[in-house]
Design a protein around this ligand. Structure first.
Ligand SMILES: C[S@@+](CC[C@H](N)C(=O)[O-])C[C@H]1O[C@@H](n2cnc3c(N)ncnc32)[C@H](O)[C@@H]1O
Length: 247
């Protein structure tokens, strides 16, 4: 990943976003490819170091994006929705791999949604951008039928977990056979996630240490106990299994 600070080509549009401070803008570049080869492609992300949460590429996002790349056969031609996408790295990798991607974030965070549109333009990707607040049932959510739902670092505020699971459940039910792939910091075991999965009749069919598949050059810049989980409706047959399935 390389970075530089400074103004971007789209800085002249900055006032449209209203709240961002251009002086803190950074563009980071994220490469994807097989070991020792030249990268197959790179994604550039506009970040705002002044803002937190949605305008920063969080480690969970780097890990989920790498997983999408490594699982690329699943993404070609698939409908994908990214929840709490923020700077949207995993969703953009999916788009690059030929997925039909809808990037979403809190409907009230217009600066994040605006930044997503800019990042799509910067990478010449035609993903859709949509406000989607967890637990809020605006009509457009019922039109989404993704095969794969992505969520990087969306489990950080326990008071929002129920709303997030409600939204995930709705999307999984809209599209039989679909899967929610998420990366999260495993803080104190996160028993609440396991409890809420049971409550919402969801099950984890794959659980990985996020660093187990990350190339060393990407892992060296990150820290934390990050897990990747694949979650489906509990009534559905698992497509993939792992020795570390959550009971
Ligand atoms: C920790 S950031 C992660 C951003 C990005 N996925 C990443 O990993 O770099 C959490 C994201 O969830 C979004 N978010 C928080 N609460 C939300 C809600 N109730 N509905 C939808 N999005 C929400 C935030 O705006 C933010 O973009």
């Amino acid at each position: 990943m390389s970075e530089f600070r400074g103004k971007t080509d789209s800085d002249s549009d900055e006032d449209d976003a209203g709240k961002s401070d251009t002086s803190m803008l950074t563009i980071s570049r994220h490469d994807f490819g097989d070991e020792s080869d030249e990268p197959s492609f790179s994604i550039s992300i506009i970040e705002n170091m002044k803002d937190d949460y949605g305008l920063f590429v969080w480690p969970c996002s780097v890990i989920l994006a790498e997983y999408v790349w490594q699982q690329r056969n699943r993404f070609s031609g698939a409908g994908v929705v990214e929840l709490g996408a923020g700077t949207s790295l995993p969703g953009l990798v999916a788009a690059k791999l030929g997925s039909d991607v809808t990037l979403t974030d809190d409907s009230n965070r217009l600066e994040v949604l605006e930044n997503m549109k800019r990042v799509c333009e910067l990478n010449k990707l035609k993903s859709k951008v949509m406000g989607l607040t967890w637990g809020v049932w605006d009509a457009p959510i019922f039109d989404l039928c993704p095969k794969i739902i992505l969520g990087a670092d969306v489990f950080y505020d326990a008071s929002a977990f129920d709303d997030l699971f409600a939204t995930v459940k709705c999307l999984l039910e809209n599209s039989p056979g679909s899967v929610f792939i998420t990366t999260y910091h495993n803080r104190s075991g996160h028993h609440l996630i396991e409890f809420l999965m049971v409550k919402w009749r969801l099950k984890c069919v794959k659980l990985l240490d996020g660093f187990s598949f990350l190339p060393p050059d990407k892992a060296s810049g990150l820290s934390g106990n990050i897990q990747l989980a694949e979650i489906v409706l509990s009534c559905e047959q698992a497509e993939e299994t792992s020795s570390s399935i959550v009971r």
